[in-house]
Design a protein around this ligand. Sequence first.
Ligand code: AHR
Length: 628
Amino acid sequence: TFDVTFSTAGHDVPPTLYGLMFEDINHSGDGGLYAELIQNRAFQTVTPGTSAALTAWAALGSAKISVVKSSSPVSSALPNALSFAVASGTTSTVGFTNSGYFGIPVTAGWTYTGSFYYRTPSPPATKVSGSFTADLRSTGGTVFTSATVPFTTSSTWQQATFTFTASSTQTSVENLFALSVGGSTVAGLTMEFTLISLFPPTFNGRENGFRMDLSETLLDMKPAFFRFPGGNNLEGETAADRWAWENTVGDLVDRPGRVGDWGYINTDGLGLYEYLQWIEDMGMEPIMAVYAGYSLNGASVASSGMQTYITEAINQINFVIGDASTNAQAAIRASMGHADPFTLNYIEIGNEDFFSPTTYADYRWADLYNALHAEFPQLHYIATSATSGNVPTLSPTPTYWDLHIYSNPICLTILKDFFINGAFNFDILSRNGLQFFQGEYATTTENSGAALTYPFIDGSIAEAAYMAGFDRNSDIVFAASYAPLLNHVSSTQWTPDLITFSPNTVIRSTSYYVQQLYSLYKGDFYLQSTTNTASSSVQWSVTRDTSAGQYFLKVINTATSANTVVFTLPFTPSHTTGTGTILTAPSGTQNTPTSPNAAVPSTFSFTAGKTITYNAPGLSLSVLVVTE
Ligand code: AHR
């Protein structure tokens, strides 16, 4: 039995404590949060003439398709186009299809919004007019919904738009978007197409917006912040490949895209503006990273070359918070629809710069910090290199540090790399003004060393034990986020992930529910309670929502058998029966595509009094809510 008393002494819980870390990995952006359904929509970064350039595209009927470098591209950012050639004498239907990001959802009642650019490089002397049919169909050819899209031949680019509404829901996502036309209409013609786009309804109805179900799944966590755009995906394989904000804003035809750090094309349709608008819609605040002159090939930008990236970072921040009437970057933001500055308090300078501690310490940190701080003194700057082993001495001394930890549930050998035994990691740190961001963490293996495909209950409860340390140390831990966040079930680069999805399903992992419970029951004040030890199989935390007069008693039992905790309250609750929420499951339980709800939270009642005796089941996170 564990006896726990708590007083009314403690400290504030920062409102930023629990949030999200995002980068485009596992097709979490393109093919994930970003709702665009057409993969390889503008043939960005591909090599014309190759079969890889045609990823996701296929010809219909006798048409010949290939990706070409257009002799008159739609924009300098999008040099390539799909060439669609139809032989003279063709009479049967011709066209092309796209298989989406590993499938396309067809949902009854959804109105899909589509568009594409097209031209006829060598149009016939007499203009040809006709109609394409845009549709969603099964791979077997059953058409679910369609629209007629008129066209006229012209050597200049035209944009066509259309909508269609599905009247049935298909459980299979093995569907295609097709654009087709009667062969006799286009016989003998070669046409070019690009930026072929199709959106389902989006979160908050935003144009060029975010997927609804994923947004709502994240909203259910009530996350406080959104760290973006990386992660490794900020850095680029080389400096030239980095995430560069200016390539991600403005009209979609002006966004060249890039090969992301996780090996696939980032369209950058999910650009800086879209991130910020969605973050605002979701009630979060951004923790925005700027490129800090270090890329994944291990090379650092030379000191003499840093000014380019300093200017880029200043411009990036001005895009977010500058005065649109006086600043050119802010004016772009206003032209996109947000005249007022977005909220911005935190800037992260780089990502994992402990991989190049010398250059970060010698000049990269100082160059960026000094320049940004001079320009934007009101912002908080986060250094990215605080981890054991390679901690450089930075000057100016950072006030905010980002730490990353991936490990198994228990690891006794490396002091920092544990969750159960690391629950007191932050308790031993001095209170000297430094604030910590646990910007990435996750249990990635079983204690046996076996890699996880999905979070499992043992690891998730270990994370919960570790997170009690965030609550307790939230005087110096201002933010924490699990990573990675999202994983497309058909394109995985990293496991485990907090949420796995397909084109039409979302699987909330056991770790998702742990994150959710901590976030929902964060409170605004942490109450000091009986001192525990890291070796204890039971951890706890007591926080309070002051205005509601509610106390949140979290109990984490990492043992596989039950443990009893007796809380002695400093007041008598106003009720004799309380409600709690618990996540628990047998050892090894995972939520997977075939068993998505193997472990979900449930509610329970308990007897409330000045003393509360709670029997915590093995492998459980419980939150008991008590009202004063
Ligand atoms: O979360 C996956 C990766 O782990 C991130 O991109 C990187 O910051 C860390 O190494």
